[in-house]
Design a protein. Structure first.
Length: 115
């Protein structure tokens, strides 16, 4: 379950930002999660609820918000992009397999709501 490791990483980073900016309370953290990142949002939320209770008071009531980043693939032959989940590796326009994932495999801390 790599969701727990992801949560620990995000909480460590948010805790660091709280110290650097003298924040006393975090209301929410918004994560962008790629649809082919392998992260299961429901597991992430469950891990978050457990992990924030073990952090400093500034984080203990922080809500986790998740936004999905669509997976997009680029074709090197026809120079077009297309939705990865719908067509996978083969370009729907020119049928090339010379493609690569542009977005959708990452996760990012998008926003931290300080109170």
């Amino acid at each position: 379950m790599h969701e727990l490791g992801t949560v620990f990483y995000v909480l460590d980073r948010v805790e660091e930002l709280c110290r650097e900016n003298d924040l006393t309370e975090v209301g929410s953290v918004t994560l962008e999660v790629g649809e082919v990142s392998g992260i299961i949002p429901e597991y992430l939320v469950d891990c978050w609820k457990w992990a924030v209770k073990k952090r400093p008071p500034a984080l203990q009531n922080a809500e986790l918000k998740i936004e999905t980043l669509k997976a997009v693939t680029f074709c090197e032959d026809c120079q077009k992009t297309y939705p990865t989940l719908q067509y996978a590796k083969i370009c729907p326009y020119c049928k090339s397999e010379r493609t690569y994932l542009v977005t959708g495999n990452e996760y990012n801390i998008k926003e931290i709501e300080a109170m």
